[in-house]
Design a protein around this ligand. Structure first.
Ligand code: YSA
Length: 328
């Protein structure tokens, strides 16, 4: 019986088949169980002898079953490992990683430049009031200069700021000079949108106030920024203009080579000037001077990286945006 049972145990290919063999030998009506039951009919001597033999047989069978269970378990694990094997030599699946938008890259670069020049980066609210956006910056009510910066008003009389200059007022009210700060941020204007004008764009503002800050310091700061952005030897120029919150006021331009046309020309970046005494009066400062300047980040990005239409920066077209991956 042992040999036959061992052959059947070895032939069982899974746990269910093995269980059938176990029942056939060790179950209630199994071959071995029947033989054990038959022991009762034997004489005591025969029973002792036969009983010992059957117990040995039973132990042998149980050992063989246990061993086969282990072997089947191992086979299951081996088959699973085999099926899930990873072929590390297969080519990988390329996933496309995101990247910073060109405007974010340009802003980071500008902030790095200004931090290296000792400026602190500060921010202010996009939803402003008339006082900070206009009146405290020397745009009195009804002043025609307000027409140059039309904006969107909320029903409670507030407005979306038209420039980053109101942060000058907010910062000066809370701090005492001397200081140097830059203010990056989103601004809004009620504009007819075209290739160079958006209704929402970004500016970077700089404000430096101290005891003897002069126009020469302003010129030096602008040249340092232009040099860091466009290379050493970059020439800068100030040309007179009017902003109510500076006196004198100027536009600043850099001499550069246009990336598309290859022509050398003056590139106008933004406005600047010496902080107007009325602005210092509005924030309660006395005995100090200061300069400020501000410019559009989109315009700077466009001319630096050859973007012909400002709207391309906002369309979200990945084919356009991908061209500027890791540019600035
Ligand atoms: C002037 C003097 C200071 O002491 C400090 C800051 C300034 C700048 C002033 N606050 C201002 O906003 N001037 S500005 O109306 O001429 O705009 C500055 C720059 O923003 C422009 O040179 C241009 O680069 C950009 N800009 C203006 N309107 C825009 C625009 N960019 C995109 N879309 C528009 N609609």
């Amino acid at each position: 019986m042992l040999e036959e049972a061992l052959t059947r145990i070895a032939a069982a290919q899974d746990h269910r088949a093995l269980q059938d063999v176990r029942v056939a030998y060790l179950g209630k009506k199994g071959h071995l169980t029947e033989r054990l039951k038959a022991l009762g009919a034997l004489t005591p001597d025969e029973r002792r002898e036969a009983g010992r033999a059957l117990n040995e047989l039973k132990r042998a069978l149980e050992g063989a079953f246990d061993e086969r269970v282990r072997a089947l378990d191992e086979a299951v694990v081996r088959a699973q490992l085999e099926g899930e094997r990873v072929d590390v030599t297969l080519p990988g699946v390329r996933t496309s990683a995101g990247a910073h938008h060109l405007l974010t890259q340009v802003t980071h670069k500008l902030l790095d430049v200004f931090r290296s020049l000792g400026y602190e980066v500060v921010v202010g609210p996009e939803l402003e009031d008339d006082h900070h956006n206009f009146t405290a910056l020397n745009f009195p009510p009804e002043h025609p200069a307000r027409d140059t910066q039309d904006t969107f008003w909320t029903t409670d009389g507030r407005l979306l700021r038209t420039h980053t200059s109101p942060v000058q007022v907010r910062y000066m009210r809370e701090h005492r000079p001397p200081f140097r700060v830059v203010v990056p941020g989103k601004v809004f204007r009620n504009e007819a949108v075209d290739a160079t004008h958006e209704a929402q764009f970004h500016q970077l503002e700089a404000l430096v106030v101290g005891e003897r800050v002069t126009m020469a310091d302003l010129r030096g700061a602008i040249t340092a920024m232009a040099t860091a952005l466009l290379g050493s030897g970059t020439r800068t120029r100030l040309q007179p203009t009017f902003f109510p919150f500076v006196e004198p006021g100027a536009e600043f331009a850099v001499w550069w080579t246009h990336p598309k046309t290859g022509r050398e020309e003056w590139l106008e970046l933004g406005g600047c000037g010496m902080v107007h005494p009325n602005v210092f009066r509005a924030v309660g400062y006395e005995g100090v001077t200061g300069f400020a300047f501000g410019f559009g980040i989109e315009r700077l990005a466009m001319v630096t990286y050859g973007v012909a239409d400002i709207r391309d920066l906002y369309r979200g077209d990945v084919r356009v945006l991908e061209q500027f991956r890791g540019m600035a």
